[in-house]
Design a protein around this ligand. Structure first.
Ligand code: WT7
Length: 660
């Protein structure tokens, strides 16, 4: 799919933001954009210092903007002190906006609750005091394994308030994955819920935490705090386990924020790389928050009366930056949604936009594609049945959006009025990097267009030399930026190797391929250049899935590749060698199902291979290296046209080409 984007690019129409969008935008018109870009080019540090002073509330002002002495371990605003939760809550309450709605929470069953800034501050203070009562201190790590909820956001804000570093684990990850993250972070506390409600069903959370802790290796965990969401039956282990409602009941509603250094780690978030186990991406306090807030103002042009809705989960970086922190930092009102887009039917998103009068809507291409399909098969959930005229700006994130889906989104959701911001960024970048600006940038479907002011993106070759526009290469960021990843928790060597390889002389290596349009210089992302897959906007390492497969006793060897998929972007395709003869028919189906479930148990349902093919061996070179490019061709169901002369066992290709 990503391969198609490039040739399609030139035939595509350009869409211009309406004069209304341009007029009301903070960055109004391309000249305003270019002016900011020029400011950052002219005085890089001055640019960032100005923004950090204008947009953040400091307890102790910083005097030094960028400390590059330990590059690539950059420090930003290092001698300043501040608190994220103060910036997200107290400063709005102090400005008289305590009564303003911060969160409009819609539960899975449609129940709506509103929480004001004043209330959210109180709930955060009580939660923070509760954490303190359990001995949680500045610098401790807290794992959060929570459903989409006000409590989930409050848990994150409470950690920030006392200077504890949180690590949110997506509720779809298995006990094993949760254990690995708890262990790697050395967490002292886990915050969870009894169960989560999604699509009319109750799914376990606390039981998975129990299982994770039961796997061993989590001796650092002293307590488990449990938010009662469904009231479902859960095991309780006294004195380790505590109910959140009992814990906060006696707490004071005020809690002085812990003023932390600008570089203090706000959170860790585990993400997949091409090799080894998931890495704990460490983010800072000031630089991260600055970008979370600024990108809300620039990319989403958020205005005081806007209702913003990002459909991500707090378990991913999008839910951190554009649910837990960015919208609150700028004092906006946002929707937090517990459920899924297809329950009670696939019109749920459109109904919610209509009911709440959402102005800015941010979702993933996968969701759009599946809702297009639903609308095409069931006229009742077609967006034309809903009043969507409150919408002003649309956004997408997580994977390339194919032009057909872009155009549908533009016409049917945006009514041909709303600019679409196709935001390219990563867990590591903290916030948007390449994106159109809604009141400035002419849009080309499938292109994330241009870098934000202050971001120096380029397409280079493997030696780090700029490539001419029109030539595909690797995407790099040439200068540091405040919200960048600081390190991989516990593994600074891996941080350096993964993101600042020597041959790129100081450029940040994003891990994506890109090409710039020969005329406009617009960027189009062509997909990962490493062994990382993107399935429905979720990032997965092929090696992780391979390790999960070979941990099953009947598997001798496995190789995992992605194949293009119309709905999910990519689909996981596994080639497996068993410790027994190649199965056929019913037996093959059964073993494949067993292996899928095994991967689900090891990693989580999102990593389950779509296709599993069995063979006596894998295609290897004489030196024993698996030839993945051949597997990728086979996975697509295409004939091998590549050179196979270096292949040790060419006969294997024929066997693997068969689906079963
Ligand atoms: C990878 C990062 C960004 C938050 C959610 C995913 C891909 C992301 C786009 C986009 C094309 C995109 C890249 C990137 N990606 N946004 N607009 N167009 N590709 O964060 O899990 O860290 O994944 O997602 O391949 O490297 P993540």
């Amino acid at each position: 799919m990503t391969e198609q984007l490039v040739p399609e690019h030139h035939e595509l129409k350009t869409y211009y933001p309406s004069s209304e969008a341009v007029q009301r935008a903070r960055i109004s018109g391309m000249d305003a954009y270019r002016k900011l870009v020029a400011e950052a080019e002219g005085d890089f540090e001055g640019f960032w210092a100005r923004l950090a002073r204008e947009h953040l509330a400091w307890n102790k002002p910083f005097t030094q903007t960028l400390d590059a002495s330990g590059a690539p371990f950059y420090k930003w605003f290092a001698d300043g002190k501040l608190n994220v939760s103060y910036n997200c809550l107290d400063r709005h309450v102090e400005a008289g906006k305590g009564g303003k709605t911060a969160i409009v929470f819609e539960a899975d069953d449609g129940t709506v609750t509103r929480v004001s800034y004043g209330e959210l501050l109180e709930r955060t203070a009580k939660f923070a005091n509760a954490l303190k009562s359990l001995g949680v201190k500045k610098g401790d790590r807290v794992v959060i394994y929570m459903p989409m909820s006000v409590e989930g956001v409050t848990a994150m804000q409470a950690c920030a308030r006392i200077g504890a570093t949180h690590s949110v684990v997506f509720g779809g990850f298995s006990a094993q994955s949760l254990r690995d993250r708890i262990q790697d972070a050395g967490a002292v506390l886990v915050i969870t819920a009894d169960e989560q409600r999604r699509g009319g069903k109750a799914l376990p959370l606390k039981a998975i935490v129990d299982e994770a802790l039961g796997l061993g290796g989590c001796d650092t965990v002293r307590n488990v705090v449990v938010y009662r969401r469904t009231g479902g039956d859960v095991a309780f282990h006294a004195p380790r386990d505590l109910w959140l409602h009992e814990l906060v009941a006696g707490q004071s509603a005020t809690c002085a924020p812990e003023w932390v250094e600008a570089e203090h780690p706000l959170f860790l978030l585990y993400t997949s790389g091409s090799t080894g186990k998931p890495k704990g991406v460490q983010h800072s306090t000031a630089g991260y928050l600055l970008w979370a807030q600024l990108t809300m103002l620039w990319t989403f042009d958020i205005q005081p009366d806007d209702l913003f809705w990002c459909t991500a989960d707090i378990g991913w970086v999008t839910g951190h930056t554009y649910i837990a922190y960015g919208p609150l930092a700028c004092g906006a009102t946002e929707v937090v949604f517990e459920g899924v887009p297809t329950f009670p039917d696939a019109g749920r998103f459109w109904k919610m936009i209509q009911d709440h009068k959402v102005n800015v809507f941010y979702t993933a291409p996968t969701a759009i594609r599946s809702l297009i399909k639903a609308a095409e098969t069931n006229a009742a959930v077609h967006p034309r049945n809903y009043k969507l005229d409150s919408l002003r700006i649309l956004g997408t994130v997580g994977e390339p959006i194919n032009p057909a889906a872009w155009e549908w989104y533009y016409e049917h959701i945006g009514g041909g009025r709303c600019p679409i911001v196709d935001t390219w960024w990563q867990t590591e970048t903290g916030g948007h990097m390449l994106t159109p600006l809604p009141g400035a940038t002419p849009m080309v479907p499938g292109s994330c267009t241009l870098p934000l002011p202050g971001i120096f993106a380029e397409v280079v070759d493997e030696a780090g030399h700029d490539l001419p526009w029109g030539t595909g290469g690797i995407l790099v960021i040439k200068k540091p930026w405040p919200a960048m990843i600081r390190t991989i928790y516990g593994d600074p060597g891996r941080f350096k190797k993964s993101y600042y390889p020597e041959e790129l002389h100081g450029y940040y290596l994003a891990g994506d391929g890109a090409i710039r349009d020969p005329h406009t210089g617009y960027f189009t992302i062509t997909g990962r250049i490493d062994d990382v897959l993107n399935v429905s906007g979720h990032r997965m390492g092929t090696m992780e899935i391979e390790s999960a497969l070979v941990s099953h006793p009947i598997v001798a060897e496995a190789a995992v590749v992605g194949r293009p998929d119309d709905l999910t972007g990519e689909a996981v395709c596994a080639f497996v060698v068993l410790k027994r003869p190649v199965p056929t028919g019913e037996e093959a189906l059964q073993i494949a199902q067993e292996l899928r479930n095994h991967v689900g148990k090891e990693i989580g349902a999102i990593a389950k291979p779509r296709d599993i093919r069995f063979g006596d061996n894998l295609p290897k070179t004489r030196s024993g290296k698996i030839m993945r490019r051949l597997l990728r061709t086979l996975a697509k169901g295409e004939a091998i046209t590549q050179d196979t002369s270096t292949l040790e066992n060419p006969a294997i290709l024929e066997q693997l080409a068969r689906t079963h």
